[in-house]
Design a protein around this ligand. Structure first.
Ligand SMILES: Nc1nc2c(c(=O)[nH]1)N[C@H]1C(S)=C(S)[C@@H](COP(=O)(O)OP(=O)(O)OC[C@H]3O[C@@H](n4cnc5c(N)ncnc54)[C@H](O)[C@@H]3O)O[C@H]1N2
Ligand code: MOO
Length: 406
């Protein structure tokens, strides 16, 4: 197998993204269930926020032009949030006002209560305030008709707050994706069971399920299957019937019991196989009628890296979400990074900041079989396909772990 047969990471991503289109079904959900859901339509403000001029401080509402340093103002009354102050501000007067209360007609400025003196029931400021100080103007947050959220955003807690501030109780979101997963391998045993000689625990399905939960999809867990074509065929058929995509781990390489890719050819089509990524080279992408197929390599770290780097953007597009490029930074490596040209490396690193800048190191072995190399890491060190080893002290690109790995 030569490096030239491997699809570069960018090409693999571009091919997959070009093929999938977002699920079309839309549902209306209350804000309490809308966290992480993908907004199906843009949201516009239907009124100004705030809806009226109001005070940003507890203090005194005044007409700034009337205030002279050291001169007493008559206290006209008190304006509380949620209660209208009926009268207009009288000449040479002020109104005690609380944060959030509507500014009385005629007032244009608020003086903080810490900045006045009270004397014989009068209010004295020893300075002239700036017009408009401590006043939140109507519409300064959002203007009526303005677009506040675009279709495709995955709703965050602050965005839900923004919707609530507009009086919106439920929103149109794309339906959740249903993603089927299974593990296959005669050497695999469920955690909690005794471990016979020559066996290992099925850790991939635990990791993949948790990562998919973070992505906000519904996971259809088809369990742990033996290396038997009949069992694998039946799991494929369940996924084809019920899921938007099937994600498997293992069985995509060239071993004698690697039935997954074989089943993909029998029941569907292989669109591509083998990507120039380390770890994760035997990654396969295909389609089973209406169900997309992502075949992750069995090596545990390769499964995590390919789900994160190659599958995540495609599932986001399928879910109708806007796909943004991952956040990348430059850091100085404090260790030598061994690499052969031919595949883009996603080494697992740990980065930290000092007054001198950003630094990164690897944590032990980079073997794709060792989960310990990723479990305590906080970033990828991304080394381009054609580059070789990197000496300690050189600058490298790092990608802090995103939401699926935190
Ligand atoms: N002759 C070749 N051999 C291999 C090649 C190759 O190009 N030529 N590629 C290697 C690379 S790179 C990888 S990655 C693996 C991928 O192999 P498969 O996807 O076919 O997976 P398996 O061989 O079944 O398993 C690999 C490894 O992962 C362990 N595994 C599998 N499932 C799980 C699970 N659910 N939880 C934990 N660990 C799991 C399995 O026991 C193996 O140790 O192939 C190389 N070989
Ligand atoms: O892609 Mo494999 O993960 O290099 O071990």
């Amino acid at each position: 197998m030569t490096a030239s047969l491997l699809l570069p990471v960018a090409d693999a991503l571009a091919q997959m993204l070009a093929q999938v289109s977002p699920v079309s079904e839309i549902e209306q959900v209350p804000l309490a269930q809308a966290l992480d859901r993908v907004l199906a339509e843009p949201v516009l403000a239907s009124f100004d926020v705030p809806g009226y001029d109001n005070s940003a401080m507890d203090g005194y509402a005044v007409r700034a032009a009337e205030v002279k340093a050291g001169q007493a103002l008559t206290l006209q009354g008190s304006a509380l949030a949620g209660h209208a102050f009926a009268a207009a501000l009288a000449p040479q007067s002020c109104v005690r006002i609380m944060t959030g209360a509507v500014l009385p007609a005629g007032a244009d400025t608020v003086i903080m209560q810490e900045q006045v003196r009270l004397q014989d029931g009068k209010v004295i400021a020893d300075f002239v305030p700036k017009v408009g100080e401590h006043v939140r103007k109507a519409g300064e947050d959002l203007k009526n008709g303005q677009q506040v959220l675009s279709a495709g955003c995955r709703l965050t807690a602050p965005q839900l707050g923004l919707l609530a501030s507009l009086g919106i109780a439920d929103v149109a979101v794309r339906r959740k994706l249903k993603i089927a997963i299974f593990s296959t391998g005669d050497e695999l045993v469920l955690p909690g069971q005794p471990l016979p000689e020559g066996h290992i625990y099925d850790s991939n399905r635990v990791v993949l399920r948790a990562m998919l939960q973070r992505l906000g999809v519904e996971v259809l867990d088809l369990g742990l299957l033996p290396d038997q074509p009949a069992a694998i065929r039946s799991a494929f058929q369940s996924a084809m019937r019920d899921a938007d995509a099937l994600i498997t781990s293992a069985g995509v390489s060239v071993g004698d019991a690697d039935y997954t890719r074989q089943m993909l050819s029998e029941l569907g089509q292989v669109n591509f196989w083998k990507v120039a990524i380390k770890p994760g080279k035997p990654f396969a992408f295909g389609k089973l009628e209406n169900c997309w197929f992502f075949g992750l390599p069995g090596n545990p770290v390769a499964a995590v890296v390919t789900l994160d780097q190659l599958v995540q953007p495609v599932l986001l597009k399928l879910a109708g979400a806007t796909v943004s490029p991952a956040n990348q930074l430059t850091a100085v490596t404090t260790v030598t990074l061994k690499k052969q040209p031919g595949r883009a490396d996603y080494q697992r690193g740990y980065y930290w900041t000092t007054a001198e800048g950003l630094f990164v190191k690897t944590l032990g072995s980079q073997s794709s079989g060792m989960l310990s190399s990723i479990a305590n890491a906080n970033c990828y060190i991304v080394l381009p396909q054609d580059s070789g080893s990197v000496a300690s002290g050189e600058a490298v690109t790092i990608q802090p772990f995103g939401q699926l790995l935190q």
